[in-house]
Design a protein around this ligand. Sequence first.
Ligand SMILES: Cc1ncc(COP(=O)(O)O)c(C=O)c1O
Length: 399
Amino acid sequence: MDLSFSKYAEVVSGESTLVYSDLARNVSKEKGFRIINFGIGQPDLPTFEPIRNEAIKALEEGFTGYTPAAGIDELRSKVAEHLTERYGDRVRKEEVIITPGAKTALFLAFLLTVNPGDEVIIPDPSFYSYAEVVKMLGGVVKYVPMRWSEESGFSLDIESIESQITSKTRMIVFNNPHNPTGTLFSPKEVEELVRIAREKRVWLLSDEIYDYFVYEGQMRSVLQDSDWRSFVLYVNGFSKTFSMTGWRLGYLVAREEMIRKAVALAANIYTCPTSFAQKGALAAFQHFDLVKQMIDLFKRRRDVMFSELKKVKGVRVSLPRGAFYMFPNISEILRKKGWTSKDFSVNLIQSKGVTTIPGEVFSPKVGKDFVRLSFALDENDIREGVQRTKEFVDEILSG
Ligand SMILES: Cc1ncc(COP(=O)(O)O)c(C=O)c1O
């Protein structure tokens, strides 16, 4: 009998942002440091009160059983109405499935479309879980390096993406605003990607989970293309916008036939999203005023982190226009020490109690010279964390 893992489970690396939080916890226990966590991938505020109250009410009223696999009708309709209002096209509730977090929406999107041997184009760097899931399904990841300069930050290399498309290409994965770089892609870049997907007849999986975290510039959604139903799989969720990461609620939007199949998969994998969490989420759409206050707060934090980081030797950083991450280039420091970005992050945690996420987690190539810092934390902690980082860098560069 062979009692080993399946070939699908075998390929999952276990590398993720969570590994560095675990390391920090251990260091904190051992050395008594107060950890400054720039590794954080979620807003630090509790979920807004009216949303919490709706979920409590649902629990008290006994709304605790299974729901339809696609999610409750009211929430699917609310999402459809919201997207219709925001992007102009008439999205219908039959084109929406509510999922346990955006990660599950992404998983369903890949499961719906990727066969073993299919090629999937992913910009390098990107959110680590895209490539892991593609590999899990037997797909082949084709990373396309993004361009970077200190003045203008990251951008897509559209020609390179187009030239990588072969008869085996099934999908392009896109994330806007972008984790880990904080890039808000220009409307032109979005339109170009949409054009490529349409012309080459490949799926465009667009993860727009940070769509409200935009500090300047214009957010263009792939749903603004009138032909989106032909080739778009759109993912979004409640985790970031309403600070609901632990509630596990996201959604996938695609043409009805895709969603019907996604519902069949969902029924066999997890049955349905959590019942009372969905009731809470219904209240979310009435509270964009609170979202706006949170974004204003994050913009101030971004500006503080940017101006502080600028003072650190060997760190080259560009101003992110979206999400809540900075992705500075630290190649000068790495070269001097002969380190990888992972060495940098591990040493920084161990000697100063500051958590960052090494660029390697998001990237086989381009990200190797970078680290990710989240600014979803208190302004004073941002100042202290960058100060400790500065001391660390000064020490290692002079040592
Ligand atoms: C780009 C991106 N997509 C999806 C997710 C997952 O979201 P959720 O918590 O709703 O599963 C994250 C979370 O960090 C993310 O950064």
